[in-house]
Design a protein around this ligand. Structure first.
Ligand code: LLP
Length: 446
């Protein structure tokens, strides 16, 4: 059972509150307010380093491979400091919109280390990506072959094109985050022949250069079996494209989706993931008698998820009567606007009292937010101490991925800041939204 708490998290002892990054969480809440995302910077930095190292070691030419790149999936969480950290450790960046691309560029990620994804990129996004010279545009449909080709021709450049293909492999913790099977919106199907038709169209287009193939099978995948199968399917398809078009693409991108511990699951390490993938790539290429491609992976959640917690202040507490007893509804000062995942995916999390230790018995509880919506649930079923009271701080573990990045302004709540803690110091990575920010969007505000 792997702990979902970040590496420097120290639980409360007696009256001493929990610490993260050497900072007492009560001090942090007093100075910065709640709700807040608190980022264990030492944990994140170590994880980024592990990914860079695993790619370097397992895909080294001495092992019969051709190198690998780690594209941090910025959809999981992005801001300039995050991009700088990824850049400084030699990572590349996966972006899925003009906004993510803009943050990537603002964070100083060299354009050639940025990929642009999306199943429905706008002409403006494609133009901006090509004008900045991104390293890859991942084409998702036949329509996009035309669109990217046309814009590249207008700009008088040759677009570095990848094709996103669906391998038919179904993986992911929830239907809404599975992407490799046939009946979903992403990619070009290998089985239907659409992928091969698109490969031909790219190869034939004078303004497109077919550099690689891409597959992303789904998210929160905890073992390596599905990724290995997808790698094999992708490499087989690569050999077929080579036979049919004469182009053996130099790169293959295996996507992200590597799972983490939310409630005690045992995830793979970057080293284990890259060892398994390198083995699949090498043996499949030997079988197929094709040269090994350069590989990329796109972890998002695995990098940022475990490094952050959400910190909330407890407000009202009241019981609901059930046929078999009571359930205590503990309301905090955030909710579905800063973490939609429990409602959207039925995602489970761990939460705990962090402002003090309690020896009181735990009672059946539900952690809920402050939105005008009964589905506004953060943790459906958990035990919380019977002496919990308003003003206590509760933290939720492993909220770094798709928490802040999927946050909304529902009920015009203000989106929380991201505060990086390390060695007893706090740095604001993303500031708290203000009423002034909200009013600034309203042209009639006085
Ligand atoms: N690459 C591509 C092409 C993707 O579509 C995704 C995620 C990733 C990489 C990164 O996946 P990760 O390693 O973070 O699992 N909002 C959902 C996840 C949706 C992911 C969509 N694509 C969630 O909160 O679980």
């Amino acid at each position: 059972m792997a702990s979902p708490w970040p590496a420097t998290f120290v639980p409360p002892r007696g009256a001493e509150p929990a610490h993260l990054g050497g900072v007492r969480l009560t001090d942090l809440a007093a100075e910065w307010g709640t709700p807040a995302f608190v980022l264990d910077l030492a944990h994140l930095t170590a994880r980024v380093g592990q990914w860079a190292e695993a790619a370097r070691v397992h895909f080294a030419p001495e092992r019969g491979l051709a190198g690998a790149d780690v594209y941090y999936a910025s959809k999981a969480f992005t801001c300039i400091a995050m991009v700088e950290l990824a850049r400084d450790h030699g990572l590349c960046l996966d972006t899925a919109s003009g906004g993510e691309l803009a943050i990537g560029l603002a964070g100083g990620m060299p354009a050639e280390r940025i990929a642009l994804h999306g199943n429905n990129k706008s002409a403006g996004e494609i133009r901006s990506a090509l004008a900045h010279g991104v390293g890859r545009i991942v084409i998702d449909s036949l329509d996009e072959v035309d669109l990217v080709g046309r814009i590249a021709a207008e700009l008088d450049v040759v677009a570095p094109a990848f094709l996103r293909v669906t391998t038919g492999i179904h993986a992911g913790a929830n239907e809404l985050i599975s992407t490799g099977h046939e009946d979903q919106k992403f990619g070009l199907s290998i089985a239907s022949g659409a992928a091969l038709a698109a490969a031909r169209a790219v190869v034939d287009h004078p303004s497109l250069d077919l550099l690689g193939l891409h597959s992303h099978i789904g998210s929160q995948v905890l073992d390596d079996a599905a990724h290995r199968l997808a790698a094999e399917a992708l490499l087989r398809f690569r050999a077929e494209v080579a036979r049919e078009t004469g182009v053996l693409v130099p790169e293959v991108d295996l996507g992200g989706g590597f799972g983490i511990s939310y409630t005690g699951e045992d995830p793979l390490t970057p080293d284990e993931i890259m060892a398994a993938l390198s083995e699949s790539v090498r043996t499949t290429c030997v079988d197929l008698a094709t040269a090994v491609p350069r590989i990329s992976v796109e972890p998002g959640r695995h990098i940022i998820g475990p490094a952050m917690i959400s910190l909330y202040t407890v407000g009202t507490i009241k019981p609901a009567t059930l046929p078999d007893g009571e359930r205590w509804y503990v309301s905090v000062d955030g909710g579905m606007s800063d973490n939609i995942r429990p409602v959207l995916y039925d995602a489970a999390y761990r939460a705990a009292l962090v402002s003090r230790e309690s020896t009181a018995e735990h009672r059946r509880s539900r952690l809920v937010g402050k939105h005008c919506e009964s589905g506004d649930i953060l943790v459906k079923d958990l035990g919380l101490p019977a002496d919990l009271r308003a003003g206590d701080l509760v933290a939720m573990a492993a909220t770094g991925a798709y928490g802040r990045s999927m946050a909304s302004n529902y009920n015009l709540l203000l989106r929380p800041p991201v505060l990086a803690v390390v060695d007893g110091g706090v740095t604001e990575w993303v500031r708290r939204e203000t009423i002034a920010d909200v009013l600034a969007l309203d042209p009639r505000a006085g």
